[in-house]
Design a protein around this ligand. Structure first.
Ligand code: ATP
Ligand code: MG
Length: 564
Protein backbone atom coordinates (compact mmCIF):
# COMPACT_ATOMS: atom_id res chain seq x y z
CA UNK A 1 0.00 0.00 0.00
CA UNK A 2 1.26 3.42 -0.93
CA UNK A 3 0.90 5.92 1.86
CA UNK A 4 0.08 8.64 -0.68
CA UNK A 5 -3.14 6.75 -1.40
CA UNK A 6 -3.77 5.06 1.94
CA UNK A 7 -6.31 6.15 4.51
CA UNK A 8 -4.19 6.11 7.67
CA UNK A 9 -5.04 9.24 9.61
CA UNK A 10 -2.16 9.50 12.10
CA UNK A 11 -2.18 12.21 14.70
CA UNK A 12 0.75 13.73 16.54
CA UNK A 13 -1.13 15.15 19.51
CA UNK A 14 -2.13 13.05 22.48
CA UNK A 15 -5.89 12.45 22.31
CA UNK A 16 -7.44 14.18 25.30
CA UNK A 17 -10.09 11.59 26.09
CA UNK A 18 -7.84 8.51 26.06
CA UNK A 19 -6.14 7.62 29.32
CA UNK A 20 -4.48 4.26 28.71
CA UNK A 21 -1.54 3.74 26.31
CA UNK A 22 -3.23 1.26 23.95
CA UNK A 23 -6.21 3.56 23.53
CA UNK A 24 -3.97 6.58 22.87
CA UNK A 25 -1.82 4.71 20.36
CA UNK A 26 -4.74 3.13 18.53
CA UNK A 27 -6.15 6.61 17.99
CA UNK A 28 -2.81 8.22 17.12
CA UNK A 29 -1.79 5.48 14.68
CA UNK A 30 -5.13 5.74 12.90
CA UNK A 31 -6.32 2.23 13.78
CA UNK A 32 -9.77 3.21 14.98
CA UNK A 33 -12.12 6.01 15.98
CA UNK A 34 -14.76 6.11 18.67
CA UNK A 35 -18.28 6.56 17.35
CA UNK A 36 -19.88 6.79 20.79
CA UNK A 37 -19.01 5.47 24.27
CA UNK A 38 -17.83 1.87 23.89
CA UNK A 39 -18.46 1.73 20.14
CA UNK A 40 -15.51 1.85 17.76
CA UNK A 41 -15.03 2.12 14.03
CA UNK A 42 -11.99 0.17 12.86
CA UNK A 43 -10.07 1.88 10.09
CA UNK A 44 -8.14 -0.16 7.52
CA UNK A 45 -4.90 -0.47 9.49
CA UNK A 46 -6.68 -1.54 12.68
CA UNK A 47 -8.85 -4.01 10.84
CA UNK A 48 -5.81 -5.61 9.18
CA UNK A 49 -4.36 -6.35 12.61
CA UNK A 50 -7.69 -7.75 13.78
CA UNK A 51 -7.89 -10.01 10.72
CA UNK A 52 -4.45 -11.38 11.60
CA UNK A 53 -5.61 -12.19 15.11
CA UNK A 54 -8.79 -13.78 13.76
CA UNK A 55 -6.79 -15.98 11.38
CA UNK A 56 -4.65 -17.26 14.25
CA UNK A 57 -7.80 -17.93 16.27
CA UNK A 58 -9.33 -19.82 13.35
CA UNK A 59 -6.26 -21.95 12.76
CA UNK A 60 -5.91 -22.98 16.39
CA UNK A 61 -9.61 -23.68 16.81
CA UNK A 62 -9.62 -25.80 13.66
CA UNK A 63 -6.57 -27.63 15.02
CA UNK A 64 -8.59 -28.93 17.99
CA UNK A 65 -11.46 -29.99 15.76
CA UNK A 66 -13.52 -26.80 16.00
CA UNK A 67 -16.14 -26.20 13.30
CA UNK A 68 -16.88 -22.61 12.39
CA UNK A 69 -20.40 -21.17 12.60
CA UNK A 70 -21.81 -17.72 12.12
CA UNK A 71 -24.70 -17.14 14.49
CA UNK A 72 -27.10 -14.19 14.56
CA UNK A 73 -26.43 -11.30 16.90
CA UNK A 74 -30.15 -10.64 17.09
CA UNK A 75 -31.84 -13.16 19.32
CA UNK A 76 -35.44 -13.56 20.40
CA UNK A 77 -35.77 -12.36 23.95
CA UNK A 78 -37.74 -15.52 24.78
CA UNK A 79 -34.62 -17.66 24.45
CA UNK A 80 -32.88 -15.62 27.14
CA UNK A 81 -35.89 -15.77 29.40
CA UNK A 82 -35.76 -19.57 29.15
CA UNK A 83 -32.22 -19.70 30.55
CA UNK A 84 -32.88 -17.04 33.19
CA UNK A 85 -30.31 -14.63 31.78
CA UNK A 86 -32.63 -11.94 30.43
CA UNK A 87 -31.96 -9.67 33.43
CA UNK A 88 -28.30 -10.31 34.24
CA UNK A 89 -27.04 -6.82 35.16
CA UNK A 90 -25.07 -5.00 32.44
CA UNK A 91 -25.39 -7.90 30.06
CA UNK A 92 -28.09 -7.42 27.52
CA UNK A 93 -29.02 -4.62 25.14
CA UNK A 94 -32.50 -5.01 23.75
CA UNK A 95 -34.70 -3.81 20.94
CA UNK A 96 -37.97 -3.36 22.74
CA UNK A 97 -40.41 -3.04 19.82
CA UNK A 98 -39.57 -6.47 18.46
CA UNK A 99 -38.82 -8.50 21.61
CA UNK A 100 -35.27 -8.95 20.38
CA UNK A 101 -32.00 -8.75 22.26
CA UNK A 102 -28.47 -8.19 21.02
CA UNK A 103 -26.59 -11.29 22.08
CA UNK A 104 -23.77 -10.74 24.62
CA UNK A 105 -22.60 -14.38 24.15
CA UNK A 106 -24.09 -17.42 22.42
CA UNK A 107 -24.72 -20.31 24.82
CA UNK A 108 -28.44 -19.91 24.19
CA UNK A 109 -28.27 -20.12 20.40
CA UNK A 110 -25.78 -23.00 20.53
CA UNK A 111 -28.07 -24.90 22.89
CA UNK A 112 -31.03 -24.18 20.60
CA UNK A 113 -29.16 -25.75 17.66
CA UNK A 114 -27.93 -28.65 19.80
CA UNK A 115 -31.43 -29.26 21.08
CA UNK A 116 -32.74 -29.63 17.53
CA UNK A 117 -30.05 -31.93 16.20
CA UNK A 118 -28.11 -33.82 18.86
CA UNK A 119 -29.81 -37.17 19.39
CA UNK A 120 -27.39 -39.94 20.14
CA UNK A 121 -24.05 -40.43 21.86
CA UNK A 122 -22.72 -40.89 18.31
CA UNK A 123 -23.37 -37.19 17.65
CA UNK A 124 -20.91 -36.21 20.40
CA UNK A 125 -18.42 -34.69 21.07
CA UNK A 126 -18.71 -31.43 19.15
CA UNK A 127 -16.68 -28.21 19.25
CA UNK A 128 -18.53 -25.32 17.63
CA UNK A 129 -17.09 -21.86 17.31
CA UNK A 130 -17.54 -18.53 15.62
CA UNK A 131 -15.81 -15.18 15.34
CA UNK A 132 -18.54 -12.64 15.62
CA UNK A 133 -19.79 -9.40 17.08
CA UNK A 134 -21.08 -9.31 20.63
CA UNK A 135 -23.01 -6.57 22.39
CA UNK A 136 -22.95 -5.81 26.09
CA UNK A 137 -24.50 -3.12 28.15
CA UNK A 138 -21.19 -2.22 29.84
CA UNK A 139 -21.95 0.64 32.26
CA UNK A 140 -19.03 3.02 31.82
CA UNK A 141 -16.66 1.89 29.11
CA UNK A 142 -13.48 3.92 29.49
CA UNK A 143 -10.56 1.72 28.49
CA UNK A 144 -10.80 2.07 24.74
CA UNK A 145 -11.43 -1.13 22.83
CA UNK A 146 -10.56 -3.20 25.90
CA UNK A 147 -14.15 -2.73 27.01
CA UNK A 148 -16.56 -2.08 24.19
CA UNK A 149 -20.32 -2.17 24.13
CA UNK A 150 -19.83 -3.84 20.75
CA UNK A 151 -16.80 -6.09 20.25
CA UNK A 152 -15.67 -9.16 18.37
CA UNK A 153 -15.29 -12.43 20.20
CA UNK A 154 -14.06 -15.84 19.24
CA UNK A 155 -16.51 -17.91 21.18
CA UNK A 156 -16.55 -21.67 21.19
CA UNK A 157 -18.70 -24.27 22.84
CA UNK A 158 -18.04 -27.90 23.54
CA UNK A 159 -20.81 -30.47 23.70
CA UNK A 160 -19.91 -33.70 25.44
CA UNK A 161 -21.43 -36.87 26.84
CA UNK A 162 -20.00 -36.60 30.33
CA UNK A 163 -18.08 -34.40 32.73
CA UNK A 164 -14.95 -36.49 32.04
CA UNK A 165 -15.27 -35.77 28.33
CA UNK A 166 -15.84 -32.09 29.15
CA UNK A 167 -12.51 -32.11 31.01
CA UNK A 168 -10.81 -33.12 27.78
CA UNK A 169 -12.55 -30.46 25.65
CA UNK A 170 -11.65 -27.90 28.33
CA UNK A 171 -7.99 -28.97 28.38
CA UNK A 172 -7.86 -28.91 24.57
CA UNK A 173 -9.11 -25.35 24.70
CA UNK A 174 -6.63 -24.35 27.39
CA UNK A 175 -3.83 -25.72 25.22
CA UNK A 176 -5.19 -23.99 22.09
CA UNK A 177 -5.37 -20.71 24.04
CA UNK A 178 -1.75 -21.01 25.12
CA UNK A 179 -0.76 -21.48 21.47
CA UNK A 180 -2.92 -18.58 20.29
CA UNK A 181 -1.49 -16.09 22.79
CA UNK A 182 2.06 -17.28 22.25
CA UNK A 183 1.65 -16.92 18.48
CA UNK A 184 0.32 -13.38 19.01
CA UNK A 185 3.52 -12.55 20.90
CA UNK A 186 1.69 -11.94 24.19
CA UNK A 187 3.18 -12.43 27.64
CA UNK A 188 0.29 -13.95 29.58
CA UNK A 189 -0.50 -15.99 32.66
CA UNK A 190 -3.40 -18.10 33.82
CA UNK A 191 -5.56 -17.64 36.89
CA UNK A 192 -8.39 -19.46 38.62
CA UNK A 193 -11.53 -17.47 38.03
CA UNK A 194 -15.12 -16.97 39.05
CA UNK A 195 -17.83 -18.23 36.73
CA UNK A 196 -19.96 -15.09 37.14
CA UNK A 197 -23.07 -14.87 34.98
CA UNK A 198 -22.16 -18.08 33.14
CA UNK A 199 -22.64 -20.46 36.04
CA UNK A 200 -20.85 -23.78 35.95
CA UNK A 201 -18.20 -25.67 37.82
CA UNK A 202 -14.73 -24.53 36.83
CA UNK A 203 -13.18 -21.63 35.04
CA UNK A 204 -9.84 -20.16 34.22
CA UNK A 205 -8.78 -16.82 32.77
CA UNK A 206 -5.85 -15.92 30.58
CA UNK A 207 -4.45 -12.60 31.73
CA UNK A 208 -1.96 -9.96 30.78
CA UNK A 209 -0.36 -8.03 33.63
CA UNK A 210 -1.00 -4.34 33.00
CA UNK A 211 -1.54 -1.10 34.88
CA UNK A 212 -4.36 -0.48 32.41
CA UNK A 213 -6.24 -3.59 33.47
CA UNK A 214 -9.64 -3.45 35.13
CA UNK A 215 -9.13 -6.85 36.74
CA UNK A 216 -7.08 -7.46 39.84
CA UNK A 217 -5.27 -10.71 40.44
CA UNK A 218 -3.46 -12.26 43.35
CA UNK A 219 -0.12 -13.81 42.48
CA UNK A 220 2.41 -15.74 44.49
CA UNK A 221 5.88 -15.55 43.05
CA UNK A 222 7.05 -18.53 45.07
CA UNK A 223 4.51 -21.27 44.32
CA UNK A 224 2.76 -19.59 41.34
CA UNK A 225 -0.64 -19.49 42.98
CA UNK A 226 -2.64 -17.17 40.71
CA UNK A 227 -6.26 -16.23 41.10
CA UNK A 228 -8.62 -13.47 40.11
CA UNK A 229 -9.42 -11.27 43.13
CA UNK A 230 -13.03 -12.30 42.62
CA UNK A 231 -12.11 -15.65 44.16
CA UNK A 232 -8.60 -15.24 45.59
CA UNK A 233 -8.15 -16.38 49.17
CA UNK A 234 -5.31 -16.02 51.64
CA UNK A 235 -4.12 -17.67 54.81
CA UNK A 236 -5.03 -14.72 56.98
CA UNK A 237 -5.58 -15.83 60.57
CA UNK A 238 -9.01 -16.49 62.05
CA UNK A 239 -10.19 -14.30 64.92
CA UNK A 240 -10.73 -17.22 67.30
CA UNK A 241 -11.81 -17.25 70.92
CA UNK A 242 -10.49 -15.24 73.86
CA UNK A 243 -11.94 -15.56 77.39
CA UNK A 244 -15.01 -17.73 77.60
CA UNK A 245 -18.20 -17.09 79.51
CA UNK A 246 -18.33 -13.29 79.57
CA UNK A 247 -21.84 -11.88 79.46
CA UNK A 248 -23.09 -9.69 76.62
CA UNK A 249 -22.92 -6.10 77.77
CA UNK A 250 -24.43 -2.99 76.22
CA UNK A 251 -22.08 -0.03 75.79
CA UNK A 252 -22.96 3.55 74.99
CA UNK A 253 -21.11 4.72 71.87
CA UNK A 254 -22.44 8.21 71.07
CA UNK A 255 -21.73 9.55 67.57
CA UNK A 256 -19.52 6.62 66.66
CA UNK A 257 -20.17 5.71 63.02
CA UNK A 258 -17.24 3.85 61.53
CA UNK A 259 -15.12 0.85 62.49
CA UNK A 260 -12.08 3.09 63.00
CA UNK A 261 -14.02 5.48 65.22
CA UNK A 262 -15.37 2.56 67.22
CA UNK A 263 -11.93 0.95 67.64
CA UNK A 264 -10.49 4.30 68.78
CA UNK A 265 -13.40 5.03 71.11
CA UNK A 266 -13.27 1.61 72.80
CA UNK A 267 -9.48 1.30 72.56
CA UNK A 268 -9.71 -2.19 71.08
CA UNK A 269 -8.17 -3.73 67.98
CA UNK A 270 -10.49 -3.50 64.95
CA UNK A 271 -10.27 -7.31 64.60
CA UNK A 272 -12.57 -7.68 67.65
CA UNK A 273 -15.26 -5.64 65.89
CA UNK A 274 -17.83 -7.55 63.86
CA UNK A 275 -19.13 -5.26 61.16
CA UNK A 276 -22.69 -5.81 59.94
CA UNK A 277 -23.59 -5.30 56.30
CA UNK A 278 -27.19 -5.56 55.24
CA UNK A 279 -28.72 -6.42 51.87
CA UNK A 280 -31.81 -7.89 50.37
CA UNK A 281 -31.16 -11.22 48.69
CA UNK A 282 -34.02 -12.16 46.37
CA UNK A 283 -36.09 -9.72 48.38
CA UNK A 284 -35.30 -11.19 51.83
CA UNK A 285 -33.22 -9.34 54.44
CA UNK A 286 -29.67 -10.62 54.79
CA UNK A 287 -27.02 -9.61 57.34
CA UNK A 288 -23.38 -10.32 56.66
CA UNK A 289 -20.81 -10.22 59.44
CA UNK A 290 -17.27 -9.27 58.53
CA UNK A 291 -14.17 -8.64 60.65
CA UNK A 292 -13.51 -4.93 61.37
CA UNK A 293 -11.99 -3.37 58.28
CA UNK A 294 -12.10 -6.46 56.06
CA UNK A 295 -13.69 -5.67 52.73
CA UNK A 296 -16.64 -7.71 51.48
CA UNK A 297 -16.03 -9.38 48.12
CA UNK A 298 -19.28 -9.22 46.17
CA UNK A 299 -18.33 -11.98 43.73
CA UNK A 300 -17.63 -14.34 46.61
CA UNK A 301 -20.87 -13.29 48.24
CA UNK A 302 -22.89 -14.04 45.09
CA UNK A 303 -21.14 -17.40 44.76
CA UNK A 304 -21.79 -18.23 48.44
CA UNK A 305 -25.47 -17.40 48.02
CA UNK A 306 -25.70 -19.51 44.87
CA UNK A 307 -26.72 -16.55 42.69
CA UNK A 308 -29.88 -14.55 43.03
CA UNK A 309 -30.45 -10.83 43.17
CA UNK A 310 -28.71 -8.60 45.72
CA UNK A 311 -29.84 -5.08 46.48
CA UNK A 312 -29.11 -2.65 49.27
CA UNK A 313 -31.80 -2.12 51.89
CA UNK A 314 -33.22 1.34 51.40
CA UNK A 315 -32.18 3.77 54.17
CA UNK A 316 -35.83 4.45 54.99
CA UNK A 317 -36.49 0.78 55.80
CA UNK A 318 -33.34 0.09 57.78
CA UNK A 319 -34.61 1.39 61.07
CA UNK A 320 -37.99 -0.34 60.70
CA UNK A 321 -36.26 -3.69 60.05
CA UNK A 322 -33.46 -3.50 62.64
CA UNK A 323 -34.36 -0.80 65.16
CA UNK A 324 -31.28 1.27 64.33
CA UNK A 325 -29.67 3.10 61.45
CA UNK A 326 -26.51 2.01 59.59
CA UNK A 327 -23.96 2.58 62.40
CA UNK A 328 -25.52 0.43 65.14
CA UNK A 329 -26.83 -2.70 63.44
CA UNK A 330 -25.76 -6.07 64.82
CA UNK A 331 -26.63 -9.77 64.78
CA UNK A 332 -27.75 -10.32 68.40
CA UNK A 333 -31.52 -10.54 68.79
CA UNK A 334 -32.08 -9.47 65.20
CA UNK A 335 -35.35 -10.85 63.81
CA UNK A 336 -36.29 -11.50 60.20
CA UNK A 337 -32.76 -11.62 58.79
CA UNK A 338 -30.73 -14.51 57.47
CA UNK A 339 -27.28 -14.08 59.07
CA UNK A 340 -24.11 -15.31 57.42
CA UNK A 341 -20.52 -14.55 58.37
CA UNK A 342 -17.03 -14.49 56.98
CA UNK A 343 -14.91 -17.57 57.68
CA UNK A 344 -12.46 -15.58 59.80
CA UNK A 345 -15.25 -15.20 62.36
CA UNK A 346 -16.05 -18.90 62.57
CA UNK A 347 -16.81 -19.73 66.22
CA UNK A 348 -15.34 -16.45 67.50
CA UNK A 349 -16.27 -14.77 70.79
CA UNK A 350 -15.53 -11.52 72.62
CA UNK A 351 -16.79 -9.61 69.62
CA UNK A 352 -18.28 -6.15 69.58
CA UNK A 353 -21.11 -5.31 67.20
CA UNK A 354 -24.13 -3.01 66.88
CA UNK A 355 -26.94 -3.28 69.46
CA UNK A 356 -29.75 -2.48 67.00
CA UNK A 357 -30.31 0.69 69.03
CA UNK A 358 -28.81 3.96 67.83
CA UNK A 359 -25.58 4.93 69.64
CA UNK A 360 -25.22 1.55 71.38
CA UNK A 361 -23.04 -1.48 70.77
CA UNK A 362 -22.84 -4.90 72.41
CA UNK A 363 -19.61 -6.36 73.75
CA UNK A 364 -18.63 -9.98 74.51
CA UNK A 365 -20.72 -11.42 71.71
CA UNK A 366 -20.09 -15.13 71.28
CA UNK A 367 -21.18 -16.20 67.81
CA UNK A 368 -21.62 -19.80 68.98
CA UNK A 369 -23.76 -18.79 71.93
CA UNK A 370 -25.57 -15.60 70.92
CA UNK A 371 -26.17 -15.69 67.16
CA UNK A 372 -27.80 -18.21 64.79
CA UNK A 373 -25.22 -17.96 62.03
CA UNK A 374 -26.53 -19.66 58.90
CA UNK A 375 -23.15 -20.48 57.39
CA UNK A 376 -19.57 -19.23 57.40
CA UNK A 377 -18.10 -18.47 53.97
CA UNK A 378 -14.93 -16.94 52.62
CA UNK A 379 -16.37 -13.50 51.83
CA UNK A 380 -13.46 -11.13 52.18
CA UNK A 381 -11.29 -9.41 49.60
CA UNK A 382 -7.70 -10.31 50.29
CA UNK A 383 -5.05 -7.60 50.76
CA UNK A 384 -1.60 -7.21 49.26
CA UNK A 385 1.10 -8.97 51.29
CA UNK A 386 -1.18 -11.49 53.00
CA UNK A 387 0.07 -15.09 53.18
CA UNK A 388 -0.44 -17.28 50.11
CA UNK A 389 -3.12 -19.94 50.67
CA UNK A 390 -0.83 -22.59 49.18
CA UNK A 391 2.64 -21.83 50.50
CA UNK A 392 2.35 -18.96 52.97
CA UNK A 393 4.64 -16.50 51.13
CA UNK A 394 3.51 -12.97 50.46
CA UNK A 395 0.77 -12.50 47.89
CA UNK A 396 1.22 -9.70 45.38
CA UNK A 397 -1.85 -7.97 43.98
CA UNK A 398 -1.57 -6.69 40.40
CA UNK A 399 -3.74 -5.19 37.74
CA UNK A 400 -4.42 -7.32 34.72
CA UNK A 401 -6.42 -7.47 31.52
CA UNK A 402 -8.50 -10.54 30.82
CA UNK A 403 -7.71 -11.88 27.35
CA UNK A 404 -9.70 -15.06 27.45
CA UNK A 405 -11.90 -17.12 29.69
CA UNK A 406 -12.74 -20.81 29.63
CA UNK A 407 -15.68 -22.28 31.54
CA UNK A 408 -16.99 -25.69 32.39
CA UNK A 409 -20.68 -24.97 32.05
CA UNK A 410 -22.00 -28.41 32.89
CA UNK A 411 -25.64 -29.08 32.11
CA UNK A 412 -27.25 -25.73 33.00
CA UNK A 413 -28.01 -24.67 29.40
CA UNK A 414 -28.68 -28.19 28.22
CA UNK A 415 -31.33 -28.52 30.88
CA UNK A 416 -32.90 -25.12 30.29
CA UNK A 417 -33.14 -25.72 26.55
CA UNK A 418 -33.52 -29.49 26.40
CA UNK A 419 -30.28 -30.58 24.84
CA UNK A 420 -30.04 -34.29 25.45
CA UNK A 421 -28.81 -37.50 23.86
CA UNK A 422 -29.45 -41.22 24.18
CA UNK A 423 -26.45 -43.10 25.55
CA UNK A 424 -25.30 -46.63 24.58
CA UNK A 425 -28.04 -48.09 26.78
CA UNK A 426 -30.79 -45.95 25.32
CA UNK A 427 -30.89 -43.78 28.43
CA UNK A 428 -31.63 -40.06 27.95
CA UNK A 429 -28.89 -37.77 29.32
CA UNK A 430 -28.27 -34.02 29.25
CA UNK A 431 -25.41 -32.83 27.05
CA UNK A 432 -22.48 -31.45 29.11
CA UNK A 433 -21.30 -28.10 27.79
CA UNK A 434 -18.25 -25.87 27.98
CA UNK A 435 -17.88 -22.29 26.83
CA UNK A 436 -14.70 -20.50 25.78
CA UNK A 437 -14.16 -16.86 24.76
CA UNK A 438 -11.39 -14.61 23.51
CA UNK A 439 -11.85 -10.93 22.69
CA UNK A 440 -10.27 -9.99 19.37
CA UNK A 441 -9.85 -6.32 20.25
CA UNK A 442 -8.31 -7.32 23.58
CA UNK A 443 -5.61 -9.28 21.74
CA UNK A 444 -4.74 -6.15 19.77
CA UNK A 445 -4.94 -3.72 22.68
CA UNK A 446 -3.01 -6.03 25.04
CA UNK A 447 -0.30 -6.44 22.46
CA UNK A 448 0.00 -2.67 22.14
CA UNK A 449 0.04 -2.28 25.93
CA UNK A 450 2.96 -4.71 26.08
CA UNK A 451 4.81 -3.69 22.96
CA UNK A 452 5.32 0.04 22.55
CA UNK A 453 7.69 2.88 23.40
CA UNK A 454 7.47 6.66 23.58
CA UNK A 455 7.46 6.83 19.77
CA UNK A 456 4.63 4.45 19.06
CA UNK A 457 3.53 0.88 18.54
CA UNK A 458 6.01 -1.98 18.12
CA UNK A 459 4.10 -4.65 16.20
CA UNK A 460 4.96 -8.28 16.49
CA UNK A 461 5.17 -9.72 12.99
CA UNK A 462 2.22 -12.02 13.74
CA UNK A 463 -0.22 -9.13 14.18
CA UNK A 464 1.51 -6.32 12.23
CA UNK A 465 -0.79 -4.80 9.61
CA UNK A 466 2.26 -4.70 7.31
CA UNK A 467 5.60 -6.43 7.77
CA UNK A 468 7.69 -3.76 6.09
CA UNK A 469 7.50 0.02 5.87
CA UNK A 470 9.58 1.63 3.13
CA UNK A 471 10.43 5.28 3.68
CA UNK A 472 11.45 7.19 0.57
CA UNK A 473 13.36 10.03 2.22
CA UNK A 474 12.60 12.38 -0.68
CA UNK A 475 10.36 12.01 -3.71
CA UNK A 476 12.30 14.69 -5.56
CA UNK A 477 15.34 12.47 -6.09
CA UNK A 478 15.08 10.22 -9.14
CA UNK A 479 17.28 7.44 -7.70
CA UNK A 480 15.35 7.27 -4.46
CA UNK A 481 12.05 7.10 -6.34
CA UNK A 482 13.37 4.40 -8.66
CA UNK A 483 14.90 2.17 -6.00
CA UNK A 484 12.06 2.49 -3.49
CA UNK A 485 9.54 1.64 -6.20
CA UNK A 486 11.59 -1.38 -7.19
CA UNK A 487 11.77 -2.57 -3.60
CA UNK A 488 8.06 -1.97 -3.10
CA UNK A 489 7.23 -4.07 -6.16
CA UNK A 490 9.67 -6.82 -5.24
CA UNK A 491 8.33 -7.14 -1.67
CA UNK A 492 4.76 -7.20 -3.02
CA UNK A 493 5.64 -9.82 -5.64
CA UNK A 494 7.20 -12.01 -2.98
CA UNK A 495 4.10 -11.85 -0.83
CA UNK A 496 5.52 -9.58 1.88
CA UNK A 497 2.95 -7.04 3.07
CA UNK A 498 4.53 -3.67 2.55
CA UNK A 499 3.63 -0.08 3.23
CA UNK A 500 5.46 2.51 1.12
CA UNK A 501 5.77 6.10 2.28
CA UNK A 502 5.84 7.72 -1.15
CA UNK A 503 4.25 10.95 0.00
CA UNK A 504 5.70 13.89 -1.89
CA UNK A 505 6.52 17.07 0.01
CA UNK A 506 6.54 15.43 3.43
CA UNK A 507 9.75 16.01 5.39
CA UNK A 508 12.00 13.05 6.22
CA UNK A 509 11.60 13.77 9.94
CA UNK A 510 7.83 13.60 9.65
CA UNK A 511 8.02 10.31 7.73
CA UNK A 512 10.37 8.76 10.31
CA UNK A 513 8.03 9.78 13.13
CA UNK A 514 5.07 8.22 11.36
CA UNK A 515 7.03 5.03 10.67
CA UNK A 516 7.85 4.70 14.38
CA UNK A 517 4.28 5.53 15.41
CA UNK A 518 2.78 2.95 13.03
CA UNK A 519 5.39 0.49 14.25
CA UNK A 520 5.78 -2.09 11.46
CA UNK A 521 8.54 -4.61 12.32
CA UNK A 522 11.01 -3.46 9.61
CA UNK A 523 11.63 -0.04 8.16
CA UNK A 524 13.59 0.35 4.95
CA UNK A 525 14.98 3.83 4.60
CA UNK A 526 15.88 4.76 1.07
CA UNK A 527 18.06 7.90 1.10
CA UNK A 528 20.59 9.69 -1.01
CA UNK A 529 23.64 8.89 1.12
CA UNK A 530 23.12 5.13 1.17
CA UNK A 531 22.32 4.95 -2.50
CA UNK A 532 25.75 6.42 -3.33
CA UNK A 533 27.05 2.97 -2.30
CA UNK A 534 23.97 1.25 -3.62
CA UNK A 535 22.74 0.59 -0.09
CA UNK A 536 19.60 1.22 1.94
CA UNK A 537 19.13 1.29 5.69
CA UNK A 538 17.15 -1.50 7.38
CA UNK A 539 15.82 -0.59 10.82
CA UNK A 540 14.32 -3.13 13.17
CA UNK A 541 11.55 -1.26 15.00
CA UNK A 542 11.75 -3.39 18.13
CA UNK A 543 15.44 -2.87 18.91
CA UNK A 544 16.08 0.29 16.97
CA UNK A 545 19.08 -1.38 15.28
CA UNK A 546 19.99 -0.04 11.88
CA UNK A 547 22.09 -1.73 9.21
CA UNK A 548 23.15 -0.73 5.74
CA UNK A 549 22.26 -3.47 3.28
CA UNK A 550 23.05 -3.66 -0.43
CA UNK A 551 19.90 -2.89 -2.43
CA UNK A 552 20.04 -6.29 -4.10
CA UNK A 553 19.97 -8.17 -0.77
CA UNK A 554 17.25 -6.28 1.06
CA UNK A 555 14.22 -8.37 0.16
CA UNK A 556 16.02 -11.65 0.80
CA UNK A 557 17.48 -10.40 4.12
CA UNK A 558 14.24 -9.01 5.45
CA UNK A 559 12.32 -12.13 4.44
CA UNK A 560 14.85 -14.20 6.31
CA UNK A 561 14.46 -12.07 9.44
CA UNK A 562 10.67 -12.30 9.16
CA UNK A 563 10.89 -16.07 9.19
CA UNK A 564 13.26 -16.27 12.15
P1 ATP B 1 -14.87 -8.84 31.85
O1 ATP B 1 -14.75 -9.46 33.22
O2 ATP B 1 -13.64 -8.15 31.40
O3 ATP B 1 -16.12 -8.06 31.68
P2 ATP B 1 -16.17 -11.19 30.98
O4 ATP B 1 -15.84 -12.12 32.08
O5 ATP B 1 -17.47 -10.54 30.94
O6 ATP B 1 -15.02 -10.09 30.86
P3 ATP B 1 -16.49 -13.26 29.03
O7 ATP B 1 -17.95 -13.20 29.11
O8 ATP B 1 -15.79 -14.42 29.58
O9 ATP B 1 -15.86 -11.93 29.62
O10 ATP B 1 -16.06 -13.03 27.52
C1 ATP B 1 -14.97 -13.69 26.89
C2 ATP B 1 -13.93 -12.70 26.41
O11 ATP B 1 -14.50 -11.65 25.65
C3 ATP B 1 -13.20 -11.99 27.53
O12 ATP B 1 -12.18 -12.81 28.02
C4 ATP B 1 -12.67 -10.77 26.81
O13 ATP B 1 -11.49 -11.08 26.09
C5 ATP B 1 -13.76 -10.46 25.83
N1 ATP B 1 -14.65 -9.40 26.32
C6 ATP B 1 -15.61 -9.50 27.26
N2 ATP B 1 -16.24 -8.33 27.44
C7 ATP B 1 -15.67 -7.45 26.56
C8 ATP B 1 -15.89 -6.08 26.25
N3 ATP B 1 -16.84 -5.40 26.85
N4 ATP B 1 -15.11 -5.51 25.30
C9 ATP B 1 -14.14 -6.21 24.67
N5 ATP B 1 -13.89 -7.51 24.92
C10 ATP B 1 -14.64 -8.13 25.85
MG1 MG C 1 -18.02 -8.61 31.44
Amino acid sequence: MRLSKAFIPTQKEMPADATIPSHQLMLRAGLMRQLTAGVYAYLPLGYRAMLKAMQILREEMNAIGGQEFFLPALNPEALWIQTGRRNVPNFILSIKERDLVLAPTHEEVIAWIGGMHIQSYKDLPQIWYQIQTKFRNEPRPRSGVLRGRQFIMKDSYSLDRSFEDLDKSYEDHAEAYRKIFARCGLKFFEVKASSGAMGGSGSQEFMVESESGEDTVALCEKCHYAANMEIASSNVSPIGRLHDGERVEEIHTPNVRTIDQLAAFLKVDQSRLAKSLVYRHDGKPLLILMVGNDRLNESKLVAALGGGELEPIEAGQLEALTGADGGSIGPVGLKGFRIIADKRLEGANNLISGANRNDYHLANIDLQRDVAVDGYFDLRTIEDGEPCPQCGSRIKISHAIELGHIFKLGTKYAEALNVSYLDENGEKKPVVMGSYGIGVERIIACHIEQSRDEHGIIWDKALAPYAVHIVAVSMNNKDIVLISNQLYNKFSDEGVEVLFDDRPNVSPGFKFKDADLLGMPFQIIVGEKGLKNHQVEVKRRKTGDRRLVPVGDVVKDVKKMLHE
